[in-house]
Every structure is written in C-alpha cells, then in structure tokens.
Design a protein around this ligand. Structure first.
Ligand code: GDP
Length: 524
C-alpha cells in the first residue's frame, strides 16, 4: 500500500448528534480521554459551562478563540487518526450544525435511555439521511432507571426509520446496572463506577460460572434476555450500516466511562474511511493524488473589525501541504496557503500536512464563501452542501436610513457566509432574515454593528417557514399572481415561497402540483 492510501485508510471523520442533555459533551470528553488527547476529563465541560453561563453574544465572542480550535478534535487512536467534528447543540444550534454533517463520513447518535428519541435527534437524523450517512447509536445513562432496552430499539426503528442491530446488551439498569454483554465477542464487561475506566472485569462466555458469582440471579435473567434478543433483533450487517439503513447499537454510561471504549473501537473497526464525494462533473476519490476540498463552515474569528474569519475545508482528496498553492474554483484565483490551521491535538510536528478526511482552517477576510471548492487547478465543484428551510424569521430595520446600503451589503455578505439567510419579498422593499436557530439573529446583529457599523433592529414577522420553488416560468408566474405577498427572492436570486403557516403552505402546494416546494436547497 502506498503511503497515501495508508494515510487515508486510517482516517475516521465523524460527528456526534443528539438532543441537548443526552450526553454529547460528556461523551466527547470521554472519547478524547480514551484517545489520549486530553489528560484530565473536565476540560470540555469547563468550556461548555463558560458558554452556558451567559447568553450574551459578546461573551460568546470571547470564547471564539477556543471554539475555533475545538471545532475539530483530531487524535490518534489505535492505528487510526480520528477527526471528531463538533456540532453545537444547544441555543447556538444553527445551520452550521447541519452543514458540519456534510463534512463527515459517519456519525454517532447519542440517545438518553430515559427520554428515548427526542425532537432534535429526529431533525439531525433527517439531515444525515440526505447523504445516507452511516450511524452508530450509543444509548447513554444506563446507570439511571430508564426505559426497557427493547422498547428503545423499537422506538428508534419506528420513529427514525432505521434498523437497529444491538452489538452489546445491558445487564439491568439504574441501581441494578451491572454491565453489558457483547453479542459478537461473547464477552461480559462488568460495570463498576469506582473503577478507573468504569469496568472492573471482563470475562468470556455467557455460561461462565464467574457470571453467576458476580451478578447472582441477574445472570439467568441475562441468559434469557440474550436468547430473546438474538431471536428478535437484527444481526449486524456492515453493508446495511454503510448504506445508512441499519445502526449498530451500544449501551453505556458516558459519565462513568462505561461503554465508551467499545464505541471508539466500533468507530475504528466499523465506520468508513473517507468516501468518494460527488462533484458536478464527476465523483472524486479520496486517493486521487491531487488535493481537492470544499468549505462547509465559516466562522468569524477573534478580530471582527478586520472581518477576520476562518473557512473550514473538508479535504476530499489528496494531501494538503503548508505553503502549497490552491485554486479557489469560484473565482479562479490561486491562493498561497501559509497560515492554514490543522488540528492534530498532540504532535505539533505533523500539523504541516493534512490528508483526505481531515479538516483544515484557512484564515481570510471574507473572500472565501460557503460551498467553495479548492483544487490544485481542476475546475471542480463539490455538490451537496445544503441550505435548510429556516424556522425563524425577522424583518431587518435600521435606525439611520442613510445606512441602508451598508445594511444590504452586510446582510448579503453574511448570507454568503451562511450566518443567516436573506429573503427579499417581490412586492415590497423589506429585508427578511431567516434562520434555523434564533441565536443566529444575535450573531448577525452583533456582526452588523461591529463589522459594518450598522445598528439594526429585528422585528418579528409572520412567516413560519419557507420553501424553494422549482417549476416552469408559467407556473411560477401563476403562483406569484395568486399569492404575491408570499413570493420572495433569496440571496442567490432563487424564488422562495414564504408561508405564514403550514396550512397556507399545504394549500399552495395542492393548488400548484407542478411546482416543487423544496425544504432543502443545495448551495451548489
Ligand atoms: P449534552 O447537552 O448532550 O452535551 O449533554 P451533557 O454531556 O452536558 O450531559 C447532560 C447531563 O447528563 C449532565 O449533567 C451529565 O453529567 C449527565 N450525564 C451524561 N452522561 C451520563 C450518564 O451516563 N449517566 C448519568 N446519570 N448522567 C449522565
């Protein structure tokens, strides 16, 4: 195997998705700890606590230096290089989260054993489904009195529409939680919250008398459970997993370190190495010798006065080397990349290169846009970077009408960056902002003030959702005649239907069956 093939085959790039409070931060921290990337558990938590202590955007701003470097956590584990991409989950939940999922090859879904499948889990899984991203499920908090495991699997299957293949099975829960049985290695791992890694002992075989010694009457319960589970559940099928149709399921307790190592091992053993990516003209294979990648996220950086920002590029093929020149395909310009950020946590010497699967950050002053492709010269354009129908809307107003031009320019640029979406109704001069998470509005207001010198006010407006329209000119004209107040253009000049409520949207869809009302739109 060539060095390049080897380097790429050892990459695992994934994100964790979950509903708030299911345990994503805890699990992230434990994964880093098991991976040797942090010495003391608690570092991530401290950061999150700081983030939560205030909802003031100015404070968030101060945290940014940290959040840039923590957006991607890279560490070696076994023979692999793991890239764990952070997806903000709480009030800073936004389109960034969704787009980050386009930059991974797989995801870990955390489910709280008490609460089961929750609203945000459903949304995030639907985003993963756009690309059939393979999902590993971790059912967390088995140390609490949760729901019956079989019921949880049923719920995942029926609500999320994905088959479950249990890899481990819990022995009791809450006060009676004693560990897990691994269905494929026929081993039992005993839970001990006092033990350093959450595990006191591992034994081989369900019939092992040691099992009865350690957990008494629960041993026979387990044997019966396993017989049932083997009969009633799906067996793991790697193909189905890679196609996003089946998820292997692990049980554990992240806060107690339990089950975390099995999960990390599963990422190494089961999850895919970097996959081929579609571009407009062809598929791009990760082992191609020439570099290519796309921008999935842009983050304003420490010094907003200089419009200083970092473009996060997912490397799709080849190797990145510091000092090399890359072509920004959208402008045709060639950029010398000397100051790229790479994310290897431990070994600073290796940070001068990155391979397919890795992420690099490129500082710039607003010249790099969301969805941009970079290559060594070829005119490639990666596709599949989505915009999502916003769920929150605001009307932008300014106190000083002389600043109208700056406001428009600022909003256009922030929309290009993906910080917000911008809609212009066809019959009025309003500027309507759309967002997936409301914190996006605070960010935009703050940045308009500091970067563009515009004091903006946001008024609530009566839209509930938006759909991108695809149809013949005649059909679109007919729709515009019928509902002029609902028609708008987005930042790219695409027609959009702004609906005050679901009923209105449904009626428009029924009346114009030849028009497609799209909930997601690809930027490219
Ligand atoms: P996030 O919002 O998904 O990032 O969740 P956190 O990691 O912040 O966890 C939410 C809460 O659940 C915190 O109080 C954690 O200490 C707690 N938690 C996480 N894992 C476990 C677990 O295995 N058992 C129990 N009992 N609590 C947990």
């Amino acid at each position: 195997m060539s060095a390049a093939v080897q380097q790429i085959a050892r990459r695992r790039t994934f994100a964790i998705i979950s509903h708030p409070d299911a345990g994503k931060t805890t699990l992230t921290e434990k994964l880093l700890w098991f991976g040797g990337a942090i010495q003391v558990a608690g570092e991530i938590r401290a950061r999150k606590a700081a983030r939560h202590a205030t909802s003031d955007w100015m404070e968030l701003e101060k945290q940014r230096g940290i959040s840039v470097t923590s957006s991607v956590m890279q560490f070696p584990y076994r023979d692999c290089v793991i890239n764990l991409l952070d997806t903000p989950g709480h009030e800073d939940f936004s389109e960034d989260t969704y787009r980050t999922l386009t930059a991974v090859d797989s995801a870990v879904m955390v489910i709280d054993s008490v609460n089961g499948v929750e609203a945000q889990t459903i949304k995030l899984l639907n985003v993963c489904r756009l690309r059939d991203t393979p999902i590993v499920t971790f059912i967390n908090k088995l140390d609490r009195e949760g729901r019956e495991p079989i019921e949880l699997l049923d719920e995942i299957e029926s609500v999320l529409g994905i088959q479950c293949a249990p890899m481990t099975w819990p022995i009791g829960m809450g006060k009676r939680f004693r560990g897990v049985y691994h269905l494929y290695t026929d081993t039992i791992q005993f839970f001990d919250p006092q033990a350093e890694k959450g595990t006191s002992e591992i034994i081989q075989g369900l019939d092992n008398p040691r099992l009865d010694e350690v957990i008494g009457e629960q041993a026979d319960e387990l044997r019966m459970d396993i017989e049932l589970v083997r009969g009633a559940s799906h067996t793991f099928n790697r193909e189905a997993y890679l196609e996003g149709k089946q998820c292997p399921v692990f049980f554990g307790s992240a806060v107690n370190n339990f089950g975390v190592q099995s999960l990390l091992d599963a990422v190494v053993e089961l999850s895919p190495a970097p996959l081929a990516r579609p571009a407009k003209t062809r598929m791009v294979e990760p082992i191609e010798p020439k570099f290519s990648g796309f921008v999935f996220k842009i983050q304003a950086n420490m010094d907003p006065k200089h419009r200083d920002r970092i473009a996060f590029i997912r490397v799709c093929a080849g190797r990145f080397e510091r000092g090399g020149k890359l072509k920004q395909v959208s402008t045709g310009k060639s950029l010398a990349i000397n100051n790229a950020i790479t994310f290897m946590a431990q070994d600073r010497n290796t940070t001068d290169e990155a391979w397919a699967g890795d992420i690099i950050g490129i500082p710039n002053h607003g010249t790099i846009h969301l969805g941009d492709t970079f290559t060594e010269g070829e005119d490639l354009q990666f596709t599949g970077i989505p915009s999502f129908a916003p769920e929150h809307f605001r009307r932008a107003q300014i106190k000083n009408p002389l600043k109208m031009k700056q406001l428009q320019k600022g909003l256009e640029q922030l929309a290009q960056e993906g910080a917000t979406q911008l809609f212009r109704p066809t019959t009025t001069n309003e500027l309507i902002l759309g967002a997936v998470g409301t914190l996006q509005f605070d960010v935009v207001a703050h940045r308009l003030e500091f970067e563009y010198g515009v004091d903006v006010m946001f008024e609530s407006c009566s839209y509930a959702t938006a759909r991108w329209l695809r149809g013949s000119d005649a059909d679109l004209r007919a729709l515009a005649d019928k509902s002029p107040a609902n028609m708008a253009l987005d930042g790219n000049g695409d027609y959009v239907y702004l609906a005050p409520n679901r009923v209105n949207l449904q009626m428009a869809q029924e009346r114009f069956p030849n028009i497609k009302f799209l909930e997601t739109r690809e930027i490219y």
